[in-house]
Design a protein around this ligand. Structure first.
Ligand SMILES: C[S@@+](CC[C@H](N)C(=O)[O-])C[C@H]1O[C@@H](n2cnc3c(N)ncnc32)[C@H](O)[C@@H]1O
Length: 194
């Protein structure tokens, strides 16, 4: 497709992503996408290894951001009193991402204090709405983007990722973006760039 079809190749920043899941879903649809994380990319592809705050002004059309939830997720509420400073910094980071000079933004996090300290999410999605038979409430804060429409509603209402056994990379496995949600983001938000 080219621009005469009403389709625009977009410059996509996937912030705080080491897996390449959302980046590669946009690339598969013909977009110019790059992931960014303090960590190297797990899967070879366009990646900026460093602080995303350094590249927010680089002319992106859309940003999908997955900031750390360690100090924000309500599931960790029993530790909140011990991490006031960390929470403040984590919320500041989220605010900088939401206020980035990028026309379209989606920021993803679990049920977290972003809702009470910044604003309520625009949408909460579940993996079982996108072909994965499990639960993991994922909140989306959206700027100039429509809500995601479920693509494949399947059975299965178990919280599988929370049940993973302890391991060094448990946090990584728990934080991976589901491929069905990544594809829906690329298909639904990367269509016409209007
Ligand atoms: C919850 S994980 C998101 C993982 C993502 N869903 C994926 O599939 O790769 C949050 C990530 O944010 C990264 N991160 C934290 N601060 C960052 C910063 N200032 N710039 C870029 N990445 C950052 C962390 O290294 C971590 O990998």
């Amino acid at each position: 497709m080219d621009q005469s079809d009403g389709w625009n190749r977009m410059k996509v920043l996937v912030a705080c992503e080491f897996s390449g899941a959302v980046r590669d879903a946009f690339i598969a649809n013909g977009h110019d996408a790059m992931s960014c994380d303090l960590l190297p990319t797990d899967v070879p592809g366009p990646h900026y290894e460093g602080d995303v705050l350094d590249i927010l002004g680089n002319g992106w059309d859309i940003m999908i951001a997955h900031p750390p939830c360690t100090h924000l997720a309500v599931s960790g509420a029993r530790w909140f009193k011990d991490k006031v400073e960390e929470q403040k910094e984590a919320l500041e980071f989220v605010k900088l991402l939401l206020d980035a000079p990028i026309p379209k933004i989606a920021l993803e996090n679990p049920i977290s204090i972003i809702s009470s300290k910044i604003r309520k999410p625009d949408q909460i999605v579940q993996p079982w709405q996108f072909g994965h038979g499990e639960t993991k409430a994922t909140c989306l804060w959206l700027k100039n983007l429509p809500k995601l429409v479920p693509t494949d509603i399947v059975d299965g209402r178990e919280p599988k990722v929370h049940m993973l056994p302890p391991s060094a990379d448990r946090w990584k496995l728990r934080s991976l973006t589901y491929s069905g949600i990544a594809k829906a983001m690329a298909d639904q938000w990367g269509g016409s760039g209007e």
